[in-house]
Write a protein that binds this ligand. Sequence first.
Ligand SMILES: N[C@@H](CCC(=O)N[C@@H](CS)C(=O)NCC(=O)O)C(=O)O
Length: 204
Amino acid sequence: MLHLYAWSTPNGYKPLIMLHELKAEFEFHPVPLDGSQKSPEYLRINPNGKIPALRVADEQADKEFAIFESGAILTYLAEVHGQFLPTDPAEKSQVLEWVFFQNAGVGPMLGQYGYFKRADQTNPQALKRYGDEARRLLNVLETRLKECSYLAGEDYSIADITTHPWVRNLSYFDIETGEYPALDEWINRIAKRPAVVKAYATEF
Ligand SMILES: N[C@@H](CCC(=O)N[C@@H](CS)C(=O)NCC(=O)O)C(=O)O
């Protein structure tokens, strides 16, 4: 049995999309970001005190473990189900480079940009630094999506699943989607996938 711990944020939607894409059965445990993510019980599941986390309870094998970091969760699920991540090392690297790019770049930079734009408007240097970097990263995605249908090439993969929740609402950052037409087309195309629709409709 899979137990997902998440909340309605970009990082929380990634495993929800993945589990729905896989049509996997799972138990959903909402973790509101009101301090619950730092409770002693939850820290035993994710020592980093953030969502998401996935607990895997394999009763038959008498094995139980938890995974934190959304990239690790998506990779685990992809490998167990043999979907959305190729096994050939060269092809796999083409997916993982975009997964790491999102987890180390797009997420943290857009996250900081959103913070200085919405929650703390007292720091114009930080706003400019993160805003410039966010736009640079969006340009990297735009260039890539002008070349191919999906981030890792011609197949939908965990690279798309990990990136979509972060860029689907560019208006939150006061960024016009018209600035990135290929990215915009990809955002709308992915948003129509039944699993993606279902994940974003989750009630928290
Ligand atoms: N690198 C982590 C980032 C997780 C993360 O930043 N989660 C945020 C929500 S999107 C969170 O739990 N924030 C609450 C906190 O920092 O206490 C991942 O990809 O799983």
